[in-house]
Design a protein. Structure first.
Lengths: 492, 302
């Protein structure tokens, strides 16, 4: 890579803001595009206020090289050439930049708000329309029949066949990034942990890594070990819930009933670890708040093994039923090429045959010492996404059993020094939905000048829209469940 | 006077007993899943609750929206008066009454579809389209089954027709009618009565905009339809003519119970089909009944 290129850093590293290379905005977009063409993947792309103008910052991941790269533009006032035209994975980031700072990405093919709508109601702008005598439009949500988060889905259908699906979110927008600016303050951790509540550990760990990196320290080994355990427990609980939900949507009761209960068992294991079923209060900058003593380790191991056997059985019913397999095969297919172009992450990407797993590509913390094999399935359909989850349950389970055998011991918490001033830090973790990316930029006083969170759902909602093309509208629920994306993680 | 009393009593019995069946199905499903499940009488409680509730009406709906649920219920009730129950016979019977029965059910379906279209909702339009598409196949199957019974018994009235022969024909007919029962009553694998997902529903989505007493009437009508099909299936394949009336009654009751439990087991152990595969299963049911017809027609002569 040339000297004028992006600066390289590892996962969980930080760099002085001044050392990040900058270009005039057109060159910056060209350079970012070159990075992406070189095999990079856009992790985060956002604006930072600089006086009256705005600087664009791009974080690119080179998965094969286990490296991240960062670059920034010189301050921009009003517009910049759109990166989306060359790299569709930038489309939502550019819409977000336009929404937050009013910078116009010139040539963006579908420039509309991400979270705020035209009027007071969120996300109610213009929708893409298909015209024709046989075409009908179906609007679903924002209020849904189940106990799920609000989001609006607009289908353009030809009979039962979906021609186009557009997803409009923003109903859960709470202003998380705005609230984090100026921090860290007393509410920061609570805000981070609830960015997407079912991925508490993943978000909290990413945040803790940032804080440690900004302070120039690393969490004690015992804390890294506990974080890795908690991350896999979170994955087990959610994947089990997803398998059950998929079974429920095709009215396959045995697995559906069993998984609901087993998900609770896994959540209770997290509760055994820290007293909270979703892992709130466990991960803290500088370490963990709760230790795992020998007695609880053996209880955890015994209960884990029995739950793993249960979920194995429930999944076996599921995979052995021809009626279930026939519902999932060749439904909601996303090709590997599409997945790469729109930048899918997590199980949704791995189900398209892409080997993308932060634990493997950008190992940090305990994952530098121990890893589970990456679960990949090539077909890109609902079957593949369910299969990847099922494989990850097995592998995370085996990983946990393995790691629980020996504890590194030692302290669990050492308070990190205050964050370094004028520093940019990047941290990635592999949450159960995929890559959680946190980027923090501190000001001269060491407070957050900008805190950017990218939940995996931000990358993946477009995948759901693509999966629905040409599918029966009645298959939407299983496609949706096979992605199971977060609304609040997207809306922030 | 006695005839009128007899008529009213029979109808009252139908009305009173029908809501038991969905309760039994749900209990079976709960047992298979290892849950305790709702009480068998849950539908009675639901109906009582709905009856006390008010009605929310769409601005778009005409008075036909409310009338349709009433007419639909009456049509199903009329169909029940035509179906004989073992030795007790039917309230009404005449030459060709089975055609009226089939058309009463068709009228009920027409009413549901009409009411669904009244609301102008995209969901309910989709549900109606699905219901009608599958009804075309389900009705053909039902007619083939009834024809097989006609030919078998050389009778044109239901009390005479429901004196089945045993053998291959009965097995084919049982298979075909059971599939029609599942399709007509919106059970798995055709429809999922428990789902909350509007986009995948057939029958449930058509009644989404109904509330209060009209919804109660629709739910009750559906349970009567289920009982009607269970009775028809039992009597079409279970020869009870030679039994004493009391034993025949017990046999038919056991048959209906077996069918109901069967529905519960199917729902417990089978995933729902994708819509594109539903016609295949219905066509299979049609073929089963067609072969039963061929056996009834040619089997006797051979």
């Amino acid at each position: 890579m040339s000297a004028s290129s992006f600066v390289l850093l590892g996962n969980g590293a930080s760099l002085p803001w001044s050392t990040i290379p900058e270009w005039p905005v057109a060159s910056f977009i060209r350079e970012t595009s070159a990075q992406l063409e070189r095999g990079g993947r856009l992790c985060s792309f956002f604006g930072v206020k600089d006086g009256a103008a705005v600087r664009l910052v791009a974080i690119v991941a080179f998965d094969a090289d286990n490296l991240l790269a960062a670059g920034r533009s010189e301050p921009v006032d009003d517009r910049f050439p759109s990166l989306t035209l060359l790299h569709p994975q930038a489309h939502l980031f550019e819409r977000e930049i336009w929404e937050q700072f009013g910078l116009i990405p010139e040539g963006h093919p579908w420039l509309k708000p991400v979270r705020r709508g035209a009027g007071t109601a969120p996300a109610n702008g213009e929708f893409f329309r298909v015209d024709g005598p046989e075409i009908h439009e179906v609007a679903v949500g924002p209020i849904h029949a189940g106990i799920i988060e609000p989001g609006h889905f607009r289908f353009q259908c030809d009979g039962e066949e979906v021609i186009h699906l557009e997803i409009a979110l923003g109903y859960q927008h709470r202003g998380v990034e705005r609230a984090l600016a100026g921090g860290p303050h007393r509410a920061t951790l609570a805000q981070i942990e609830t960015a997407s509540g079912d991925a508490t550990i993943a978000h909290a760990t990413a945040h803790a890594m940032l804080m440690e990196s900004l302070g120039g320290v690393e969490a004690p080994l015992q804390a890294q070990w506990i974080r890795a355990l908690a991350l896999e427990l979170e994955r087990l609980a959610n994947h089990t819930g997803d398998i059950g939900a998929l079974a429920n949507d095709v009215a396959f009761l045995p697995t559906s009933s069993a998984c609901g209960k087993i998900r609770g068992d896994f959540l209770n294991l997290t509760a055994l670890l820290c007293g909270n079923r979703f892992g709130r209060g466990l991960v803290r900058p500088g370490g963990c708040h709760y230790d795992l003593d020998t007695e609880r380790t053996s209880t955890l191991l015994a209960r884990l093994k029995s739950s793993l056997a249960d979920v194995e059985q429930a999944a076996a019913w599921f995979w052995d039923a021809a009626s279930v397999r026939s519902r999932f095969e060749s439904v909601g297919t996303v090709s590997a090429q599409q997945a790469a172009e729109i930048g899918l992450v997590g199980p949704a990407a791995r189900a398209c045959g892409l080997v993308r797993d932060v634990r493997y590509d950008h190992p940090a913390g305990w994952h530098r010492l121990a890893q589970a094999p990456v679960a990949v399935w090539p077909s890109g359909d609902v079957f593949a996404r369910a299969r990847v989850r099922s494989l990850e349950i097995q592998r995370s389970g085996a990983f946990l059993v393995d790691q629980l055998a020996a504890t590194p011991g030692g302290a669990i918490h050492e308070a990190p020094p205050p964050p370094a001033p004028d520093t940019l830090a990047v941290a990635l973790t592999e949450g159960w939905r995929g890559e959680v990316c946190h980027v923090a930029l501190t000001d001269a006083a060491g407070r957050f000048r900008r805190y950017k969170i990218v939940d995996p759902s931000f990358h993946n909602w477009m995948g759901l829209a693509l999966a629905l093309r040409g599918q029966a509208i009645s298959d939407f629920p299983i496609c949706n469940k096979s992605f199971n994306l977060s609304y609040c993680g997207f809306d922030l | 006077m006695i005839i009128a009393l007899d008529f009213v009593l029979r109808l009252a019995l139908w009305i009173a007993l029908a809501p038991l069946l969905p309760g039994i199905i749900n209990k079976v499903k709960a047992w298979v899943a290892g849950r305790r499940g709702p009480p068998v009488l849950q539908l009675y409680f639901d109906l009582a609750r709905l009856w006390r509730k008010g009605v929310v009406l769409s601005d778009l709906a005409s008075p036909a929206f409310l009338a349709a649920s009433a007419v639909g219920w009456v049509a199903i009730a009329a169909a029940t008066t035509l179906l004989p129950v073992g030795p007790a016979g039917a309230s009404l019977s005449f030459q060709g009454d089975f055609i009226l029965l089939i058309y009463c059910l068709a009228l009920a379906r027409f009413c549901t579809v009409w009411a669904a279209m009244e609301t102008g909702s995209a969901f309910e339009g989709m549900g109606s389209a699905r219901e009608v598409s599958y009804a075309v196949l389900a009705e053909a199957t039902l007619i083939a089954a009834v024809l097989a019974l006609c030919v078998q018994t050389r009778s044109l009235s239901l009390p005479g027709m429901l004196a089945p022969a045993t053998g291959a024909g009965a097995i084919l007919l049982a298979g075909g009618l059971f599939i029609v029962l599942l399709a007509e009553n919106c059970r798995v694998p055709f429809d999922d009565p428990n789902t909350h997902l509007e986009l995948t529903m057939i029958h449930e989505v058509m009644v989404l905009d109904h509330s209060g007493p009209p919804l109660a009437v629709i739910l009750h009508g559906a349970s009567m339809k289920l009982l009607l099909f269970a009775l028809l299936l039992t009597q079409a394949v279970l020869p009870t003519g030679h039994l004493a009336p009391a034993w025949a009654g017990v046999a038919i009751g056991a048959g209906v119970l077996a069918v109901t439990v069967g529905v519960g087991l199917v729902e417990s152990l089978l995933a729902r089909f994708a819509f594109r595969r539903v016609p295949l299963l219905l066509t299979m049911a049609f073929l089963l009944c067609l072969f039963a017809l061929l056996i009834a027609w040619k089997g006797g002569a051979a």
